[in-house]
Design a binder for this molecule. Structure first.
Ligand code: GL4
Length: 837
């Protein structure tokens, strides 16, 4: 039922752009024409042989063509405007699937669905064919992706720079309840969204030594770096659409390839295999994403990855600057480079090296340009995440950078000494080099010294940065510090993932919320409209039914869509306290076994999340969740009133199914440990209520939605600190709380580990020996708060009102607001809108 293909080279689709509005019939037939052209001329197949993947690829190319058309005009507009650009440097971009998002942002989604249905194709089915680009671990990488969406939607000229990992975050399998990792071969069917740009290749040096020399006709000495190895960086560009705009920005990801000159030596010496081996070593740099969140991996390859993508990006930024300007003296006026955590912090030393060694700037001038150009965002208070590289390793891999860091440090500490003449401890703490034991380069200190702006990602987190982790820097430069509370894109996290709710909202208050999320406030005026509340509830119910089907297909568990969907989805980490959640589940189970006749509010407790492969305790928690699920789900006396689900391989695509179907959002980290959280925002936006501690952005979410519409429990940051100061005694809680005692005893009894009675001993030990995450201390308050949650859920009308208020009052957490704040206060960049066709 598709038309004949034609040989026009330009696909004649012109939807979503301002200007000529085609009538619906013409639009549909043009979409079908584009699709068949791409099927034939991109995939080289016709309808007789094409499979779903071919149709997906053809469709992706149709959307990509629209994006590229806009991109070409965007590039022209930006070049003419000579405007200031944002360069967002991040080792992770967790973009999620591109096709659905591209269709939404281009305004083509409904027309496309219709056009495909008209020729017997199901859009949803094709969307499922796309491999998820999992180029990040969790919140930090996903934040970078939300920021790209908002940067473009706000028409800000921006490039996201990162790494094109051949293998993204591992695929999580569950075997006998244990996590097993499998490689993520996301590129095996090709990637229609990227364009390789070998013409913008750059050369990156590694290793070797430095030497002093005199430039011709110059009296001054210069330093040059004689490398041991050269690696080539090839940029791969992914177009990033915004919502309702003709601007299209770029995500530019670097792939490492072997540098030829070096291979040739070995080749000419007759060492053919040696030459090829060298090629493999180079290409390893961008092979695989390190799967740790909140822990550092002190591996040489990780430092190579960091330097590689930063050095590639800085060369690219300089190339772009020199295209429009005669020299680099005004770089900071036209470029704002943001460091997404310390992973790209080596950029400070690399820009200094480029300016001084390659472009002959004096130190002072180079330093001023560098500081004015960089901004640094800190994303965690966890000490195990603070990056420190051994001076030995650093000097071996980046000898010139180590010299430059020593020089930065020397000048910096001289300045500190002037201000604090008799304070050697402070000097020691501020130093870029950690002494005592193995000397190490402190990347957070390098980032602080080399940036003009330092920010945290939620109000509480920024305060704790100022008081604790970065206190000395705050005392030195209070004006450098500011808070930028995280946000999420309403496009992917409501419009795309929850179309039914999005439609109800737009029918009720119009669709301005899509780009101005504060407009959701207007929903409050409809709170007393019974029909509206019913419609709201019916949508949640439909979403729960569809999640129930998904759960059944994924893990074979039958869940009751009328039960409360109680959801905790995030990386598995002790501080996030999935363990406390499971202990609550076991407690509910114990009650059912002991008092089978008691009335209970039925719950489905859903978990999703990956554990770092080397994080034994987190993996054991995954096993415990699955073991508890096995017992609870198969005990007839429970009678379906409690179900436990661990969904394997939590990722962005799965998240898009989970948030819209959730009733209760678990945000239960130990106070003072979660920098912000962003899943908390996605739940509330989709009308789930939060049970949470006063941690990260929870504090501000509660402020916005109102204390009455948030289930708060647990110790505060100050109380946690006070408790630890006097010596926290977990046994006290075991001895005085009979339900908690029973819960731990049941685990110890081996009920959840038949044949392996000692399996969960490390968990019990951790709880009873030092309980660093205060699970024992917060448990009673958590259980009590959960009872309050259950009682509230029984009053369904009250619950729906609270849910509506959560959605209505969550506008602050749009990434559009976050990005507007960065743009105004840190980057000083202005919008450059691209004119419609
Ligand atoms: C994180 C924080 O843990 C998380 O709270 C925050 O929301 C996110 C984005 O700012 O950054 N830091 C690291 S490391 N991983 C994260 O997800």
């Amino acid at each position: 039922r598709l038309p004949e293909s034609n040989t026009e080279t330009e696909v004649p689709l012109s939807l979503g752009s301002a200007g000529v509005a085609l009538d619906a019939e013409t639009q549909v037939s043009q979409i079908q024409q584009a699709l068949v052209n791409n099927l034939h001329w991109v995939q080289g197949k016709d309808e007789q042989f094409a499979n779903a993947h071919d149709y997906y690829t053809a469709l992706a190319h149709s959307v990509r063509n629209q994006l590229l058309k806009k991109r070409i005009r965007t590039a022209k507009t930006y070049a003419e405007a000579k405007a200031k650009n944002v360069y967002y440097l991040s080792a992770e971009f967790l973009m999620g699937r591109q096709l659905g998002n591209g269709l939404i942002n281009l305004g083509m989604y409904d027309t496309m669905r219709h056009a495909l249905a008209d020729c017997g194709l199901d859009l949803d089915e094709l969307l499922e064919r796309e491999a998820e680009p999992g180029l990040g671990n969790g919140g930090l990488g996903r934040l970078a992706a939300c920021f790209m969406d908002s940067l473009t939607t706000l028409n800000l000229p921006a490039i996201g720079y990162g790494i094109r990992y051949e293998f993204g975050i591992f695929t999580q399998l569950i075997r006998q309840g244990h996590q097993v990792e499998a490689p993520d071969k996301w590129l095996s069917y090709g990637n229609p969204w990227e364009i390789a740009r070998p013409d913008y290749r750059v050369e990156i040096k590694f290793g070797g030594h430095t030497e002093v020399y005199k430039k011709d006709g110059d009296d001054d000495y210069q330093v040059r770096w004689i490398q041991a190895q050269t690696v080539i960086g090839i940029p791969h560009d992914v177009p990033v659409p915004g919502y309702g705009t003709d601007n299209v920005n770029l995500l530019r990801l670097w792939k490492a390839e072997a540098g030829e000159a070096f291979d040739l030596d070995a080749f000419n010496a007759g060492d053919y295999f040696g030459a090829v081996a060298n090629k493999m070593i180079s290409e390893n740099i961008t092979k695989v994403l390190y799967p740790n969140d909140e822990t550092r991996q002190g591996k040489e390859l990780r430092l190579q990855q960091q330097y590689f993508f930063v050095a590639c990006s800085l060369q690219d930024i300089i190339r772009l600057h020199l295209r429009d300007h005669s020299n680099l003296g005004n770089l900071a006026e036209f470029s704002a480079i943001q460091l997404n955590d310390t992973h790209p912090a080596i950029g400070v030393a690399e820009l200094m090296r480029l300016l001084i060694d390659e472009y002959s700037f004096e130190w002072a001038a180079a330093w001023q340009i560098t500081q004015r150009t960089f901004g640094y965002t800190n994303h965690t208070l966890m000490p195990e995440a603070l990056e420190k590289w051994s001076v030995d390793l650093f000097g071996k891999l980046l000898p010139r950078h180590l010299e430059i860091i020593y020089e930065i440090n020397h000048r910096f500490l001289a300045q500190v000494k002037l201000r604090y003449p008799n304070d050697p401890d402070r000097l020691e703490r501020l130093s870029l080099i950690e002494e005592g034991g193995e000397r190490r380069v402190r990347m957070a200190n390098l980032a602080c010294v080399g940036s003009h702006a330092i920010n945290g990602v939620a109000a509480l987190h920024t305060e704790l940065l100022k008081q604790e982790v970065l206190q000395d820097f705050y005392e030195l430069w209070p004006d450098k510090f500011s808070n930028k509370t995280n946000g999420i894109t309403p496009r992917r996290w409501l419009l795309q993932c929850n179309p039914r709710l999005a439609q109800l909202i737009s029918e009720t208050i119009g669709d301005s919320w899509i780009t101005n999320l504060d407009d959701l406030k207007q929903l409050e005026a409809h709170l007393d409209d019974e029909a509206f509340r019913h419609a709201w509830q019916a949508i949640k119910q439909e979403n729960k039914w569809s999640l129930a089907r998904y759960i059944h297909d994924a893990v074979g568990i039958e869940v009751n869509p009328d039960s409360m969907f109680d959801v905790q989805i995030k990386r598995i980490h002790e501080y996030k306290r999935q363990l406390m959640n499971v202990l609550h589940v076991i407690t509910l189970y114990n009650r059912m076994v002991q008092n089978p006749g008691d009335h209970v509010v039925p719950r489905t407790v859903i978990f999703g999340g990956k554990a770092a492969p080397g994080y034994a305790m987190a993996k054991l928690v995954v096993k415990l969740i699955n073991a508890v699920a096995d017992v609870v789900n198969n005990d007839p006396s429970v009678n379906g009133r409690l179900k436990v689900v661990f969904l394997p391989n939590y990722n962005v695509s799965q998240a898009q199914r989970l948030f819209p179907a959730s009733d209760l959002s678990e945000q239960i980290s130990t106070a003072g440990m979660e920098a912000s959280g962003t899943g908390n925002m996605k739940f509330a936006l989709n009308g789930a209520l939060t049970i949470g501690t006063l941690d990260g952005a929870n504090v501000e979410i509660r402020e916005e939605v109102g204390a009455d519409n948030f289930f708060l429990f647990g110790l505060t940051t100050e109380q946690v600190a006070a408790c630890k100061a006097v010596g926290h005694n977990p046994w006290y809680y075991y001895d005085t709380n009979p339900e908690l005692k029973r819960t731990l005893d049941v685990i110890a009894s081996g009920l959840f580990s038949p044949g392996e009675p000692d399996l969960f001993l490390p968990i019990l030990d951790s709880l009873l020996v030092d309980d660093p995450y205060m699970v024992m201390a917060d448990f009673a308050a958590y259980v009590q708060c959960q009872e309050h949650v259950s009682r509230t859920y029984e009053d369904r009308d009250r619950w729906v009102r609270m849910a509506i208020l959560n959605t209505a009052r969550i506008g602050k957490f749009s990434a559009d607001r976050t990005i507007a704040d960065y743009a105004r206060e840190i980057w000083k960049v202005k919008a450059v809108p691209v004119a419609g066709e």
